[in-house]
Design a protein around this ligand. Structure first.
Ligand SMILES: *[C@@H]1O[C@H](CO)[C@@H](O)[C@H](O)[C@H]1NC(C)=O
Ligand SMILES: [Fe+2]
Length: 440
């Protein structure tokens, strides 16, 4: 079904970037057409059978296991251990369900297991029956690799993106919003859950919400009901009162997930929580500070141009004062990487912003760009793909972008990023940082 990889007039380009000396593969590239939404055949099995298994980090050394059963009396237990078929531990969790117009969900189970060892394979079973799954916990030390893909949907391109990610060695999946493209049709959340299960049951998937998660109906339905029920993230574990924003730490990286579709003004709960979370970051423990949200702040594509401006106006000063290294966003169905930037201008003490909303959704790619290319924009291309971000050590990270049309190891864009921790930025900003972060 997949077309043959296209290798057209590949040119090797050597470029110098602000982050050092990089080798980059560029190409005259013929863009492929969108692909259709996948067809999911009816799958008959016992109603107590666990479906849509996915896992997420849940505080230090713990993992949350989420799955769904049609059977409302199925137990929320997870049995697990470090050898296949030998479950020496068992944990009891909680469950929820929801109704949406004429749809009623299955029983959605959330069970936190642990404490777990680092860098260890665990075998587990949900609800006392069904298939055995396995996952690997992230290591406690560098290096650690994040796979990054946003705006996934459930098309032939989504499948291609997931197949590519499956071939790479990574520890945690980061998803900057727009998961299923269910768009009010709740059964599509179920088919999305089945589609991602092979990957999402094996590595933690840390997600934040996009516009396609909102699904609100004025006067009838508040937003994010299905998303919050199905994709519970560690917000309680990170002192947040909403599943729409939270943070977590893994191997020397503090990762903050923000909500583009919930209040972010200075009086908002999200803003107050972000300030408090940034103040608690210890750059000795977590030299890398990474932020994700859905609507990009630095976007030179015509699609969604300027949509992130209001959130940027209130929150960018906080991120700048805290010396955030990398910001990952989605929403625009294309790939773009910036230089370090702040307040609309290249700035060696600002963050590198990467838009990676090219996971494979049904709406297709965003081809039209603003010209001339802004000074802060370093690389932009409308193709489906995913990113890989390896925190090599406390000072060096390696980012690469992988097009679906190329074989997985081919890097269509790559760059070394050096942490701000070792730079003068953190010391220089010390005074200002205190002013803005500690202001009441
Ligand atoms: C971190 O990794 C980079 C890239 O591999 C290397 O050049 C550098 O020496 C490393 N630094 C430390 C402290 O190990
Ligand atoms: Fe979006």
């Amino acid at each position: 079904m997949d077309p043959k990889p296209l290798f057209l007039n590949v040119l090797w380009l050597i470029t110098i970037s602000s982050s050092g000396f990089v080798v980059r593969v560029g190409a005259e590239y013929v863009r492929p057409l969108p692909r259709k939404t996948l067809h999911f055949p009816w799958n008959s099995r016992p109603s107590s059978h666990p479906q849509q298994v996915h896992i997420s980090l849940a505080g230090d050394n713990h993992m949350r296991i989420t799955w769904i059963t049609d059977d409302k009396s199925a137990p929320s237990v997870v049995e697990y251990g470090t050898s296949p078929g030998r479950y020496i531990s068992v944990a009891q969790g909680e469950s929820t369900s929801y109704g949406y117009l004429f749809y009623s969900s299955g029983k959605i189970h959330h069970t936190v297991i642990g404490p777990l060892d680092h860098n260890t394979v665990y075998y587990y079973r949900c609800g006392g029956q069904g298939s055995e799954f396995q996952f690997k916990t992230p290591s406690a030390q560098f290096p650690i690799t994040f796979a990054v893909a946003g705006d996934l949907g459930q098309t032939g391109w989504t499948k291609s993106t997931l197949d590519h990610i499956d071939l790479c060695k990574y520890d945690v999946h980061l998803l900057p919003g727009d998961l299923s493209y269910a768009d009010y049709v709740q059964s599509r959340w179920d088919t999305f859950g089945e589609l991602v299960q092979p990957l999402a049951s094996a590595r933690p998937w840390m997600v934040t919400q996009g516009n396609h998660e909102k699904e609100n109906i004025p006067f009838i339905k508040e937003g994010f009901q299905s998303y919050n029920a199905r994709w519970k993230m560690p917000y309680e574990e990170s002192g947040s009162s909403s599943n729409l924003y939270y943070s977590f730490e893994v191997a020397g990286s503090h990762v903050i997930m923000l909500g583009s579709y919930t209040d972010y003004d200075e009086q908002s709960d999200q803003y107050r929580w972000l300030k408090a979370d940034l103040l608690m970051v210890d750059r000795k423990r977590t030299p890398w500070l990474i932020v994700l949200f859905h609507v990009p702040w630095y976007n030179s594509n015509n699609a969604h141009h300027g949509e992130g401006d209001r959130m940027m106006a209130t929150m960018e000063p906080l991120l700048y004062d805290a010396s955030v290294d990398i910001v990952l966003a989605g929403h625009v169905h294309a790939y773009e990487r910036t230089k370090r930037v702040n307040n609309g201008l290249p700035d060696p003490c600002g963050a590198v912003h990467i838009t990676i909303g090219d996971g494979g959704n049904k709406e297709g790619l965003a081809h039209h760009y603003q010209n001339p290319q802004p000074k802060w924009s370093e690389f932009r291309e409308a193709s489906f793909g995913h990113g890989e971000l390896t925190m090599v050590n406390s000072t060096h990270a390696f980012w690469s972008w992988h097009r679906n049309d190329d074989d997985e190891p081919v890097r269509s864009d790559q760059v070394w990023i050096t942490s701000l921790v070792g730079s003068e930025c953190v010391a220089e900003k010390g005074h200002e940082r205190r002013k803005s972060l500690l202001a009441p």
